[in-house]
Every structure is written in structure tokens, then in C-alpha cells.
Write a protein that binds this ligand. Structure first.
Ligand code: ADE
Ligand code: ZN
Length: 333
């Protein structure tokens, strides 16, 4: 078994609050006197048995982050943990919806998140970009209000826009106005689909939201025609295998569709989604993929190089990332 910790990795699908280290959450909750009963299990891990309980715990965890400095500390901690697992570039989903969508508040919070990202970059060399996301179960009107707020504040590292939350509610087309406005303002687009929704949800994200990437998308493997389309169009999936197993999309990693997706010629990347909720990190994702699918350096190099191509960052940043991979001896130069 290889130690993949130092292998250079890119992570395109990581939720800021979902990556919150439990000790930081416990500390902030204690300082603020917040009730965290039910949030942690006996071992001190987040309680998350299925998608519904995961979303509930996620929202409670988010409430401990209530000042700009909380968000600075969270961003710095999350990116440091990424860097400790060999991640050289990360795109982080932001959904500080407990703030509401007041532009003045967003300006202050984003400045703090930028400061946390600066600190991590200076200390560890990790580069980050930010993707604010609408929350599907909060509905299409909130998504439009959110989009207007995001467009009105300094952009900083924000380069994309997306949607997360409960895929079982609403349809992608309900969110077309928010996505269209964000695309016109120059934001690159991704959407969670094909995680709890079937192949039709992936088609709808592509056709109705005009996204460039799909968050998860793994259930596309249930539809042979869709696989042909994804491969022909070069669509990129942000797969998160550990997350899917933890939330019961697949009973175990051996049943996961990633092998079938790759065999069909679909471009895949690997990320952790909400690592402490799912007892994962980027190193263990690679270790598990090696153990279960006999993947190795050649496949992990393809994940990295696909992620560079699909990243929502400037061409100069991509050139630096390619140089980093080449210098590190990652195949595919
Ligand atoms: N928000 C955070 N993680 C998510 C996931 N895996 N699916 C949908 N929404 C999310
Ligand atoms: Zn996600």
C-alpha cells in the first residue's frame, strides 16, 4: 500500500462549514454558550446517519460561526488540513446563509475568509478559490437574493457559483434565473446533481442551469445514453466517493460507480465534500481507491490534471499548478 499523503492533489468540491474541525466547533460553541446536544456522537464525531440528519447537523454546526473572525479561523483551519493531505489547490463552497444576504455583512465575512485563505497560502502554499452556493431547500427566491448579494460585493477569490442542499426538493430549472444572472456576471457554474437525484437530475443541471461541472453526478452511471453524452461533451464530475458511501448512496466503495464512469470515458475528479462528517480526508480517499479499485499513480495523475483543466481559476494559476505537478514528477506532462 502506497502512502498518498504527499501526492499533489486538487480538491474541487469542499464545503467550508462541512469541513469544520470538531474541536474548533466545540470550542466556539462553549465560548458562546451554544447548545450542541445531539450534534456529536459519543466518540466526538458529528452525528450524521443519513442525508436528512446530515443536513440537520450541518446547519447546527454552521450556527457556531457567527463573527468574521470565526470564518477567518475556519478557513485557515480547513485549508491547513487540506495542505496536510497534499492538496495544492482547493475550491471551497460557501453557504453562510445564517448571515442572511445583507451585502454589508457579506463584505465583512468575505474579507475575513480571504484573510484566512491568505494565511493558509503563506504558511503552506495552498491556493484557494471560493464558490458561493445557493441552498436548494431554501428555494429559488432566496437563490436570486443570494446571487444579487454576491454580485454586489468585492469578488476576491470568488470565481464560481453553485447549488447544494436537498436535491429531493425543487427542480434545477427553478434556479435558472439565479444561475443565468451569475453566468452573465462572469461566475463559472457547477451544481450538485446525480447524488440523491437520478440521471435525469444530471441532464437537468446541464440543460437548465448550463453548468460546466457536476457536483457528484455519480448516478449518471445508471443511464448508458447519459454516459455517452458526458464522455462526448467532456463534462467533468466532482466525485466524492467517501461522502457517497457515508450517506448511503452506495452500500460500500466497491459498489461505487467511479470505476464505471471512468471506463465509459467520463472525466472525474476526487474530493471529500464534508470530510469530518464522513470520516475522510484526501489521503484516505486515495488509499481507499487504491485498495478497492487498484487505482494508482497513473489514475491519480489523471484526477489531478483533469482538475486543473476544470478548475475555476485564472490561466496563470493553472500554469503554476501544471508546473507544480510536472516538477513533482506527476505523470502526464
Ligand atoms: N451540502 C454539504 N454537503 C452536501 C452534499 N453532499 N449534498 C448536498 N448538499 C450538501
Ligand atoms: Zn457537496
Amino acid at each position: 500500500m502506497t502512502d498518498w499523503r504527499d501526492f499533489p492533489k486538487l480538491e474541487l468540491h469542499l464545503h467550508l462549514e462541512g469541513a469544520a474541525p470538531p474541536p474548533l466547533v466545540r470550542r466556539l460553541a462553549a465560548e458562546k454558550g451554544l447548545d450542541m446536544v445531539g450534534v456529536f456522537d459519543e466518540a466526538g464525531h458529528y452525528n450524521s446517519n443519513d442525508f436528512t440528519s446530515f443536513l440537520r447537523t450541518y446547519e447546527r454546526v454552521s450556527t457556531v460561526f457567527s463573527t468574521p473572525d470565526d470564518y477567518r479561523a475556519l478557513t485557515e483551519a480547513v485549508l491547513t488540513e487540506c495542505a496536510n493531505n497534499g492538496v495544492i489547490y482547493a475550491e471551497i463552497f460557501l453557504s453562510p446563509t445564517s448571515l442572511g444576504y445583507d451585502p454589508a455583512k457579506w463584505t465583512d465575512y468575505l474579507a475575513a475568509i480571504e484573510e484566512g485563505a491568505d494565511q493558509a497560502e503563506q504558511a503552506h502554499g495552498i491556493v484557494a478559490r471560493l464558490i458561493p452556493v445557493a441552498i436548494r431547500h431554501h428555494g429559488p427566491e432566496q437563490a436570486v437574493i443570494g446571487a444579487k448579494t454576491i454580485m454586489s460585493v468585492p469578488r476576491g477569490r470568488m470565481t464560481g457559483f453553485g447549488i447544494a442542499g436537498d436535491e429531493r426538493l425543487h427542480q434545477p430549472k427553478d434556479f435558472t434565473p439565479a444561475f443565468k444572472a451569475m453566468a452573465e456576471a462572469g461566475f463559472r457554474l457547477t451544481a450538485h446533481a446525480g447524488e440523491f437525484g437520478g440521471p435525469e437530475s444530471v441532464r437537468a443541471a446541464l440543460d437548465d442551469l448550463k453548468v460546466e461541472r457536476i457536483g457528484h453526478g455519480v448516478r449518471a452511471a445508471e443511464d448508458a445514453d447519459l454516459l455517452v453524452r458526458l464522455a462526448a461533451e467532456g463534462q467533468v464530475l466532482e466525485t466524492c466517493p467517501g461522502s457517497n458511501v457515508s450517506l448511503g448512496v452506495y452500500p460500500d466503495l466497491a459498489s461505487h460507480s467511479i470505476g464505471a464512469l471512468l471506463a465509459a470515458g467520463v472525466k472525474c475528479t476526487v474530493s471529500t465534500d464534508d470530510p469530518p462528517f464522513f470520516h475522510t480526508n484526501m489521503t484516505s480517499e486515495y488509499t481507499e481507491l487504491e485498495a478497492t479499485f487498484a487505482m494508482g499513480e497513473a489514475q491519480f495523475a489523471r484526477f489531478a490534471r483533469t482538475a486543473v483543466q476544470a478548475a475555476f481559476c485564472e490561466p496563470e494559476v493553472k500554469a503554476n499548478l501544471v508546473a507544480h505537478l510536472d516538477k513533482s514528477g506527476v505523470p502526464g506532462a
